[in-house]
Design a protein around this ligand. Sequence first.
Ligand code: SF4
Length: 497
Amino acid sequence: MLLSEELLFQYKRCNRRTFLNVYGEESQKQPEKEFTLKLRQEKEFHSKRVLEIYNLRYYQPQVLIKDTENILKLALMTEDLMAIGVECIYQGIIAHKTIIINEGKEEEITLIAFPTLLIKQNIPSRWGNWSYFPVNTPLGKNIKAEYKIMSAFGGDILNQIQGINLSQTHIFLKNKYKPYHLNLNMWISSSRDLVRECVSMLANKNEPEIFISRQRCGFCQWYQSCYSLAKSQQNLSLIPGISPKKQELLIKNNITNFSSLSQITLSDLKQVFHGEIANNIYQQTQSLFTSKAILKNILPKIPTNNIELYFDIEAEPERNLDYLLGVLLVNHQTQQQKYYTFLAKNIEEEENIWQEFVTFINQYENSPIFHYSPYEVETIKRLGYLYKTSSSQLKSILSRLFDLHKIVINSFFLPVENYSLKSIANWLGFHWRNPKTGKTLSNYDKLGGDQCVFWYDQWLQTGDRLWLDYILIYNEDDCLGTYELKKWLTKYQDKLA
Ligand code: SF4
């Protein structure tokens, strides 16, 4: 069995993903998202930057195709370079065969890691008076347990190959100019435990349960197949508020799916969870079961005006750039609506679009500005401070902002799988367009902000206006979806009056 660093990394995030990558049917796998391609390019860029910082003469073992056979060939080439004592190896591969006892049986495993750099040091090893330590270059900005475990995994393999005990490895995070020094002794046992668990799952072919999570599953190529299966099983993870631990607890109490959960009474559920948690799960399930909204708390007054503004931002977090401020203007008197855009074609234009946006918004000083996340408020504060907008102007804009997300999650249980704008607007009958085809998007291929990040990057690289047009369509639909939600909230409020 081959166990690569990549499989182990995925196992740490979702064990089912590793299982499917080994045993799943290729035909069930979706193509990689375009955003993943961008991440790969960023990783390459980051690795090269780190290489420059160390400023060492390096060698890079290469093969034309990276299939299993060639990966093992690359591992041998890397060992050859270590044996002759080159100063630094860039994008080498290290592999080590070992035996792991699984349920009393010996499993022969080849462990494979992909350290970005292997740097020569003056500590003797089987090569001679030198040895190597690994440098990993994950894309995160903050150190995470999973980075430490992966670095320890590579360090452990390197120890076996070289016949030494490395005391530390380096982890070079994005935007940092110095590496994080990992105390290997503290992390090797966690890495070995993870390897054992993963090998046991793979060797015993134990297919893990599904748990659909918006954050984790969003970029996974198995999403479509997992989601279809979860739907057919009436999987509990499709109910908002059910975490993996809560799902486990429900299953222990023989509440295995949505159907069984919807049958039980609130007092029965209170035997499993404390008061408020039980009540929230109960009400959420009832909302889904009856396909109706349930009022949770008093609904705050939703403002109305002849002219209302619906606002959504597209940003490029890597460049700390808010490049599109999109506003849908709805005029209830004339029954007209118009979408306005303030679009920065590069980072230098951000100030201009902000000033134009402020001038535009100031024309409608009595109009409420609806949006769907705290991000819009934070961004207005950031841009106002950065570009020295007067505090009175800023206060006036901020006082007119209404975050419909906050209103929805505080006031309602809705019959949706999650409380994203897309899920709620879909429930209300509004669907986003695929900007490339103009066709309505299905549940599976919903677009997200990450897609816009990729399109904007393509615009910067190619200068092709088409990429910006895609973003404008997507952003306009975000504004229209927010408008649909506001209409529904107003109607609901009117019924209560
Ligand atoms: S879709 Fe989600 S549950 Fe399924 S394998 Fe991917 S990350 Fe895991």
